[in-house]
Design a protein around this ligand. Sequence first.
Ligand code: ACM
Length: 784
Amino acid sequence: MIRYRTTTAALASALFVVLGGTTACVATNDAATPAAQAQPVQVESATIIPRPQSMQPAAGTFLVAAGTTVRAQGEAAARVAAQFTGLLGRTTPLALATDAGKAEDGIVFRLTPAGAGASPEAYALDISPTGIVVEAASEHGLFNGAMSLWQLLAGQQAAAVSLPAMRIEDAPRFAWRGLMLDSARHFWSVEQIKVLLDAMATQKLNTFHWHLTDDQGWRIEIKRYPKLTEVGGCRVPQGDAGRKADGTPNLYCGHYTQEQIRDVVAYAAARHITIVPEIDVPGHAQAAVAAYPEHGVVDGPTEPSHNWGVNPYLFNPREETLQFLEGVLAEVIDLFPGPYVHIGGDEAVKYQWQASPAVQAHIRALGLKDEEALQSHMLKRLEKFLEEHDRKLIGWDEIIEGGLPPQATVMSWRGIEGGIEAATHGHDVVMAPGNTLYLDFLQTNLPDEPPGRPKFTSMQKIYAFDPVPGQLQPEQRRHVIGVQANMWTEHTRTWERLQHNLFPRMAALAEIAWTPLQRKDYDDFLKRLPAQLQRYRALDIAYGQTALSVAMQRHDDRAGNRVDVELSNPLGYGDIRYTTDGSAPTARSPAYAAPLALQVPTYLEAAVFFDGKPLADKASRWTLDAASLLTRNDKTLAQCPQGGRLLLRLEDDNPTDGPRENFDVTIFNPCWLWEGAQLQDVASIQVRAGRIPYNFGLLREEEAKRGFRKAVAAHGEFEVRDGCEGPVLASVPLPEAADADGFITLDAPLHSGANATANLCMTFSGDTRPTMWVLKQVALRTGD
Ligand code: ACM
C-alpha cells in the first residue's frame, strides 16, 4: 500500500493556491511514478462516508489515471474542478490536469438548473465507461459531488483507479451539520483549524461552531476592548504546570487576531463551511470580567480561571454592560458573515446576581420575576441587536429558562428535551446532546484513551443517534435543522489528542447528519470505514487508534496461576487474530472465537483484520505474568459505589514538558475498588499515588455532595477496607508532600484476620484541596 503523506502546512497552502484562480494545473508529483506503472486498483463498491441518498450500479468501469482530464463548464464549476484536482494532487498519487474545453470524456463538472424543491446542496455523480459527470444546481452541490469523487479516489492511494460505473444522486438530510471546537480551554492554531476544516469539508460537514470565549480564556481580538485578549487571553494553570523552574508564572496564552479570523473565515467559506462564533453570555465570563471588572458583578479584580467546570463569574446585566456586549458583537458580526451568532447562555449559575444588591434592584426596577427572567431580558436585548444587523441568535438550551428570545434557535445539549420543548414551540433546534455527541468523552474503555470524560461515547452510540425525536409531530420535526458534535478541550491539551478525539468518530457524525434515516446501516458503515481511515491518512490526520484495536477483559485465578481472557474490538469488527509466541499477528494467525484460558506467564498479542488487512497501526500487547495477577491500576480498578458521578480521566500537572501520567478518579469522592481480590499469602498492600490539582468549579449543591473520610494522622492516610462500609484491612499514614517525581509509594501492612477474598475499597482520607491524592497502581505484596 502506498502511503502518500503531505504535511499539514503543505496541504493548506496547496489548497490556497488552487482556490486563488479558476483553473489550475497541478504539478506532477514524484511519489506517483512507481504506482503509475502498477496495475490500476479496482474499486469494488462505493465507500463514501456519509453514505449517499441513492446509488444505482451500472455496467462497466472508468479508469482514472494520469492523463484523465478534468473539465469544467462555467466559472463556478471551474473553481470546484480546481479545488478537486488540487486536493487530489496533494493527497493522492493522482495528478490530474484541468482543462477548460467542452469534451465529455474524462471528468466533467457542470452546473445544471435546479430541480423543483431540490436541496441547494444536492448533486449527482455519474460514472460511466466513457467518463464521469458531476452535476449540481449550485457551487456548493458541485463541491459536495467533488468531495464524493475525491473520497472514491483517495480511499485507494493509487496512481490509477478503476471506478465501477454507477449513478449517485445525493442530498443532505439536515442543513446544519456541525462540529464545535473549544479554543478557550486549550488553544488551537490557525493551521490546525484549517486541517479540521479540510476534514469537515471532505465529509460534507458544513457548520463550524467556534467556542471563542470562556472563563479560562478570551480568544478573539476585539479592537474596541483590547484588554479582552491582553488580560483575558492568558491564564496561570493550576498546580506545577503553572510555575516555571524559576518559580515565575508559566502563562498559558493565545488568541486569534482579526486578520487570522478573516483568513479562517475565508478558508472555511471556500469549502462551503459556515462559521458560527460563540460569545458566551451571561456566564462563562470570568476571563472577560478579569479584563473589564466593571462589566462583572463583584468588586475587585479576578483573573482568567484555572478551574474547569462551572465558575460563578457573570456579566453585569446593566445598560453599560449591554452596550459593551453590543460593541463586542458589532466586531464579531463584521468578522463572521454567517447568519448565526451563538450567544452561549449555558451554566450561568446566578450566585453573584443573587448576592448583588444592585442586580436585585435592577430586577425589581425592570419588573422581572427572577434571575432567569433577567438572563432572558439580556438575551432578548442582544437578539434585537443581532436581528438589526441581519443575524440570528442561537444559544444553549438554558436560554429556554426565563423565556426564549422570540426568534432564537436552541442548541440542545442537556439531552434532547430542550430541543423537543423548543421545537414544540416553533423554534429551530440543533441537536447536540452531551451524553451522545460530546467528543471529549472517551471513545472506548481502553486504558490508553487520553484524558477526558470516561463515560463512553462510542462510534456505535453516535451512529445510533437520530436527531429527530419520535415524539415530535410531523410539523414540529422540520424545526430540527441539524445535529452537531461538540469538542470541549479542558482535558485535551495537545493536537495529537484533539485528532484522536475527533477522528474517526467524525465519520459517524457525518453520516447521521447527512444520510437519510432509511439508508443508515452500521454494518455497512464498518465496511466503508477502512477507506475513510485511508482518507484521514491522506489528509495527514492522526486519527485515534484505540477503537481500531483490541480490548482485553481478564478474569484472574491466582491460585491456578491462570487468566481467562476475553478479546473484543470496540467498533464491533469481528476478525480478531492473536498470537502467544511473541510474533506479530497476521491475517493467518489463530482467529479469536471464545475466551482464552491462559497459563501465566504468557505474552498475548492481538489485532483486528478487515479484508485481510490490520485496522490499527499496531497490534495490542499484554504481558500476563505472576506479578500482573497481583497488581491493578486506576484503569483496571472499578469505582466505588459512593464515588457518584463525575468520573474523570485527569492529567498530571507535571512535568512541564514531556509525557504526563493520567488518573481515573471520581472527583466528588475519590475511591477505587478491587472486587474479588485474592489475599492468600498477602502481607501488605502497596500503593503508588500521585498528587494533582483539585481545580474544579462545582455548583454549590454538587460541592455539598463531596466526601472525604476523616483524617486521623496529620496528613491523612491511605486506607483499604473490605467493602466500602466494611472493616479497615490496611492503613498507612500519608506524607505531607509527594516525592520529587510527584509520586509516593507506600506499603500498608494487611491486618490479620482478613478474608481470603475481599472487595478492596481504597481511599485517601482528609481534605487536601487544592490538591488531591490519586491512585495510580496498587500491588498485593506476598511475605516472601
Ligand atoms: C455545555 O456543555 N456547557 C454547553
